[in-house]
Design a protein around this ligand. Structure first.
Ligand SMILES: Cc1cc2nc3c(=O)[nH]c(=O)nc-3n(C[C@H](O)[C@H](O)[C@H](O)COP(=O)(O)OP(=O)(O)OC[C@H]3O[C@@H](n4cnc5c(N)ncnc54)[C@H](O)[C@@H]3O)c2cc1C
Length: 374
């Protein structure tokens, strides 16, 4: 039988995950990426592989499976990855109650421990101890540096037999089983469109008919910390409890939301919840804000970055606060609560998109599921 051939459009984490899964099933794959290297959401994030953010059930299981693939990929492609776990810090009795409820609900399901302030300090020297009531400690989370991990995963896949990358080629049209970029064309049995925030360029009508919006997030990176100083696990605080669906199992969450709505209206309006992760070089990635809509100002707002830093300083302390770079990223997000958009346009073309804020966490697993369903 002839080897089947797939075209993957986009070399972000979704396109790379599809490529990996197709190759594993014996497909020949041609990846076509508009830029000389991936530069969308997949290289602009925290690099948090974050099962704790997912609801229990299929999403959580997909996150855990994706995490195994990340660990395997870091070995094969040779990039830094660390099994860090995660600390969610509690500075009020209500936040601590949410921690306790989450730990109780997760008993016999997954790792979730309530730590005392002393135990928190042992895990991370970067936590603000004043007023600390305790923390949630979970073990499954891990960190990669997205800039390195996405580039090296692409290089690794490109080295495999039967996988070809066409960098710097924007696909402007898809007709039948043929895709077009200027004078160049490629044909295959199947086409997977993994174009991230650029969904509407190739499929404007479908984009309009899909329950999807976009989200702009502001981020910063602090310089390498001196003397190889490490913060330990990524740190989050109370605002993250109300951001992630994983915490919905805590009955007091609603009350916490009401308290934050009264106390931190501006932060909530700007979608600010603050997290920090450290990469292998010792730099600290911090963020973020969440502005939803289809049209964003291209300019970043200093006020938002100032608010992020202000919140961060309530729970984290570092050796060096110098900002090395700042940027924003945009991802498409489903508005109907779905964790992804997998849509068969016709016999040949499938759109894989809509990963929202969890594409790094879920895509490797999703890629295998999509390929298994072909
Ligand atoms: C600031 C920020 C922080 C985040 N933090 C995390 C996190 O810590 N953990 C987590 O799990 N998720 C996180 N996310 C979400 C995650 O980054 C996204 O879900 C994921 O990167 C989306 O991947 P993608 O491949 O769909 O899109 P992209 O990475 O944007 O890739 C799409 C690619 O397609 C290419 N392309 C588009 N159109 C064409 C065309 N016509 N022809 C050729 N190529 C084309 C683009 O150039 C691009 O390289 C974060 C996102 C942001 C923005």
């Amino acid at each position: 039988m002839n080897q089947q051939h797939a075209i993957v459009i986009g070399a972000g984490i979704v396109g790379l995950s599809m490529t990996r899964a197709l190759h594993a099933k014996g497909w020949k794959v041609t990846v076509i990426e508009r830029h000389p290297q991936a530069q969308g959401a997949s290289v602009r994030n925290f690099g948090m592989i974050w099962p704790i953010g997912q609801e229990q059930g299929p999403s959580y299981n997909r996150a855990i499976h994706s995490r195994e693939i990340w660990l395997d990929m870091s070995q094969k492609a040779g990039f830094w990855a660390e099994k860090t776990g995660a600390l969610h810090l509690a500075y009020t009795d209500l936040e601590l109650q949410v921690v306790a409820e989450y730990v109780a609900a997760m008993k016999h399901q997954k790792s979730a421990h309530q730590l005392t302030p002393e135990e928190v300090l042992q895990k991370s020297p970067a936590t603000v101890q004043q007023g600390l009531k305790g923390a949630l400690w979970t073990e499954e989370e891990m960190i990669v540096d997205p800039r390195e991990a996405i580039a090296k995963t692409g290089q690794y896949l490109e080295s495999l037999d039967g996988v070809t990358f066409e960098w710097g080629k924007a696909i402007s049209r898809i007709e039948g089983n043929t895709v077009y970029s200027g004078q160049k064309t490629w044909s295959a049995d199947k086409v997977f469109v993994c174009s991230g925030a650029d969904f509407e360029t190739l499929y404007p009508e479908l984009f309009e008919a899909t329950p999807i919006t976009k989200c702009k997030l502001q981020m910063m990176r602090l310089v390498q910390q001196p003397q190889d100083w490490r913060i330990g696990p990524p740190l989050c605080a109370g605002l993250s409890f109300i951001h992630y669906k994983g915490f919905h199992v805590a009955p007091s969450l609603q009350q916490l939301k009401e308290v934050y709505t009264a106390q931190h209206k501006e932060l909530l309006d700007l979608g600010i919840h603050v997290m920090v992760s450290q990469n292998g070089l010792g730099e600290l990635t911090i963020g973020d804000s969440h502005e939803y809509g289809l049209n964003f100002t291209p300019f970043d707002t200093k006020h938002i970055n100032d608010l992020i830093l202000k919140v961060l300083k309530t729970f984290a302390q570092f050796k060096d606060w110098e900002i090395g770079s700042s940027w924003h990223g945009i991802y498409p997000k489903m508005t109907n609560g779905a964790t992804e958009f997998v849509h068969q346009v016709d016999e040949v073309v499938t759109v894989v998109n809509g990963m929202g804020g969890a594409g790094m966490t879920l895509s490797f697993g999703l890629g295998e599921e999509v390929v298994a369903s072909i």
